[in-house]
Write a protein that binds this ligand. Structure first.
Ligand SMILES: NC(=O)c1ccc[n+]([C@@H]2O[C@H](COP(=O)([O-])OP(=O)(O)OC[C@H]3O[C@@H](n4cnc5c(N)ncnc54)[C@H](O)[C@@H]3O)[C@@H](O)[C@H]2O)c1
Length: 441
């Protein structure tokens, strides 16, 4: 088979600005981790782009470079960080409050973190009810706020001299919104900003500002944000990569591993009860029913798409699926996610599986932020625009082209991601057929 030509990819020359919306637990753990890796004090564990390898060609060729040596992604030394947050704490203060990292990791990089002070946020309490912020922008209209965010991006480029920029929403989960008339076209969207239409959430202002300033945008929370026709259209029109929603970290990652296993073995499922206790600020925000509703929708969709009850009514036609999140301060960022799974096998005999994942939310999310920043920048340099479905691997509720259902199975997502990298670099796709090892051709 002749390998196809790869894409033309502009080199990762110079520095990459990572603009983070939200300077909370996830963002500070991400920044502190990257800085510690740069200083040789930690390993980027959990990051596929840094630790992962990719097999090229036949198994007999024994070619498996590291992904970071195979595709031209930015070097960690070249990342420059900036963030917005309505809470004025610098990255050191915010990291200490978040309580994720121990002093022996934070103290050696305290000066570096203290220098990252959040820009005033486009923040509105009606979208995140449990937060009060003082470091906020003011403007007559939402459009004014979006223009101020655009100015922030331009100022950051100028001040820091970065060559390229990506933006990632790692801010609180906003209240539940569905796409309405204000989101259907750019014209309607801009008019709605001018009229302070409640349909325009702050996260949408950031996404709009990013796209208007030629910055790729990834959404790490379940908010609607860039998943509306007006902004998808804007990204397509301006040739910019976008994606979301909601980092796939603890319980949902496990769900997208286990559910495909049951389906692969044709085992039935009658119920899946998932509950979480967590005590960080994210947990507090999600304690508000309207923010929880946004999260719940994101977590619930997974099983339906993986199990395809329409095709397998006897196995999955009657699944009781429940997801709860309970704010429990003593645990801080160390979440506990319990799953009780009722499955059934041969002749309908019931069985149970219990999963108790004592995870650390931000420890799982930080490497995802890193990979998204690097791959969104790569996508832009490779001329990929619009929704980056090949990065569904990182999201609980992946955005797709209209009319397509999302692929949730973690291993299909993983194969898709790696095949996309092979395709970008002009290497053969790996189909896992392998018949050539057994049949003489
Ligand atoms: N940690 C995980 O495993 C995980 C997984 C999936 C999704 N998420 C999502 O990532 C987001 C961040 O999580 P976290 O644990 O860091 O939460 P956090 O509460 O520690 O940090 C979020 C920060 O965003 C800020 N913020 C709120 N509205 C803002 C706005 N309009 N502009 C700028 N900043 C704003 C808050 O002040 C806060 O400091 C949450 O939405 C969470 O649901 C986290």
């Amino acid at each position: 088979m002749v390998a196809q030509a790869g894409r033309d990819i502009a080199p990762a020359k110079g520095t990459l600005g990572v603009m983070l919306v939200g300077l909370g637990a996830v963002s500070t753990t991400f920044i502190a981790g990257v800085e510690s890796v740069r200083r040789g004090a930690a390993l980027p564990i959990g990051s596929l782009s840094q630790m992962g390898t990719i097999r090229l060609g036949k198994r007999t060729e024994k070619r498996s470079p590291k992904i970071k040596d195979f595709v031209p992604i930015a070097d960690l030394q070249d990342l420059v960080f900036v963030a917005w947050d309505p809470i004025p704490d610098d990255a050191y203060g915010a990291a200490k409050k978040a309580g994720v990292l121990d002093p022996h990791h934070l103290e050696p990089i305290a000066d570096f973190l203290k220098a990252i002070k959040p820009l005033p946020a486009a923040f509105d309490r009606s979208y995140v009810k449990r937060l009060t912020g003082t470091n906020v922008k003011s403007g007559k209209t939402k459009r004014d706020l979006a223009e101020q965010l655009r100015q922030d991006i331009r100022d950051f480029r100028k001040r820091s001299g970065v060559d390229r920029v990506v933006m990632i929403w790692a801010a609180s989960t906003e209240v539940f919104l569905t796409a309405g008339p204000a989101h259907q076209s750019l014209q309607a969207f801009e008019k709605a900003m001018e009229q302070n239409d409640p349909a325009i959430a702050p996260s949408m202002l950031y996404a709009y500002a990013a796209l208007m300033e030629n910055v790729p945008f990834a959404n790490g929370a379940p908010n609607l944000t860039v998943d509306v026709p007006a902004l998808v259209g804007l990204a397509d029109q301006r040739g910019l990569p976008i994606g979301g929603k909601d980092f796939k970290t603890g319980q949902t990652m496990m769900k997208t591993v286990l559910a495909p296993a049951f389906k692969a073995r044709m085992l039935g499922l009658s119920g899946w009860y998932s509950t979480n206790i967590l005590g960080n600020r994210d947990g507090e925000v999600l304690d508000d029913p309207e923010s929880f509703k946004t999260k719940e929708e994101s977590k619930l969709g997974v099983l339906e798409y993986i199990l395809q009850p329409d095709q397998y009514p006897e196995l999955y036609g009657n699944v009781f699926h429940k997801v709860r999140i309970n704010y429990y301060p003593p645990r801080g960022d160390n979440k506990e996610g319990w799953d009780n799974i009722d499955i059934f096998g041969w002749m309908g005999y019931p069985m149970q599986i219990k999963v108790d994942f004592l995870c650390r939310d931000s420890i799982l999310a930080a490497p995802i932020v890193l990979d998204l920043a690097l791959f969104f920048d790569l996508a832009q340099r490779a001329g990929l625009s619009g929704i980056q479905e090949w990065l569904s691997f990182y999201f609980k509720s992946p955005q797709t082209a209209p009319g397509l259902y999302p692929e949730h199975d973690l291993f299909i997502q993983h194969i898709k991601l790696k095949n996309t990298l092979r395709w970008l670099m002009g290497e053969d796709q790996i189909t896992h057929l392998g018949i050539e090892y057994y049949e003489k051709v």
